[in-house]
Write a protein that binds this ligand. Sequence first.
Ligand SMILES: NC(=O)c1ccc[n+]([C@@H]2O[C@H](COP(=O)([O-])OP(=O)(O)OC[C@H]3O[C@@H](n4cnc5c(N)ncnc54)[C@H](O)[C@@H]3O)[C@@H](O)[C@H]2O)c1
Length: 369
Amino acid sequence: MYMEMEYLGLLQKFLVVFVCCALLWKIIRYLLNLLNMEKDPVTVLVTGAAGQIGYALVPMIARGVMLGPDQPVILHMLDIEPAKEALEGVKMELIDAAFPLLKGVIATTDVVEACTDVDIAVMVGGFPRTEGMERRDVMSNNVSIYKAQASALEKHASANCKVLVVANPANTNALILKEFAPSIPDKNITCLTRLDHNRALGQISEKLDVHVSDVKNVIIWGNHSSTQYPDVSHATVTTDSREMSVSKAVSNDQWLKTEFIATVQQRGAAIIRARKLSSALSAASSACDHIRDWVLGTPKGSWVSMGVYSDGSYGIPAGLIYSFPVTCEKGEWSIVQGLKIDEFSRTKMDATTNELIEEKSLAYSCFNE
Ligand SMILES: NC(=O)c1ccc[n+]([C@@H]2O[C@H](COP(=O)([O-])OP(=O)(O)OC[C@H]3O[C@@H](n4cnc5c(N)ncnc54)[C@H](O)[C@@H]3O)[C@@H](O)[C@H]2O)c1
């Protein structure tokens, strides 16, 4: 009898251990599954995808440079009829590259098809100013392009679609898009000044002979044009594990206030002179940086520059798309507040503000044409 009870007790213990192990194994498998589970694909629209920025940008997106190495993507590529064959060629190359993250590609000249179910829209297609063209003609062309694309995005894109305008005049094209897509929240429409931000980081890192990742918190204020104000008054550099202000490290105010600013402002023109083509790989890479930080967040203690809808911060009139220092968290940007603005900076910020006010009124005057 006693033996039997001991035997039953042992069996009970064995069963409890067995059930616990089975449960534990189930939990481990569930967690492993969670880790390996593929995310739902994000649909990214690139307009002007047959152009040179488009050609550099789409493989970056398909490789996970924009949204991360574990984020599958579906690419929608839009261009116009004359570029249709070239666009098909880009699609063939994307298929040939066999990108593991690329779950689908649409190449189209139909705006509605391109905008349908889009989560992120990178607007690269547009009508840039070429030599001898009247500013008004350029603006009028962009108004009609962005009016049509804004309506298509508003009607057919995902509800929380994030928009990045790259095509010049980038700030004002973004404003036109905002005007013609009133139901897209202001916070979801931005323009690219990250290239200028990265150029400023690059110039400081060259000057100090440090790696570019050791420099942070430069600011591009205003328009993505030669009136932009690259500001290093709040920037820092880390050398030998010590962080110090860029002004102190450079120790040459004259250079920072003249040559540095002019180099960043004129970098686009310098690249055109050298390449006989405008910047493409750096623009594509910066567009990825812009979206990545917006979606995944900026590192703690760092900010980036983004062209965003002004709320009146730093005395910049509300209603302009103006480049500000921003931090991003959980898919939302916020303008960095409380930075001290000296006399020199204020003059430069006002100059670029005035240009944007003028561009805005030119754009609005084309609205009813
Ligand atoms: N914001 C920035 O930092 C920045 C930097 C570099 C270039 N840019 C601007 O980006 C834009 C693209 O530059 P790129 O070098 O790729 O030019 P690109 O001429 O090589 O390509 C532009 C593409 O847009 C297409 N396009 C024109 N109208 C369109 C429309 N209505 N819908 C869809 N596609 C259309 C063209 O067919 C072409 O394939 C230009 O406006 C350029 O000035 C901005």
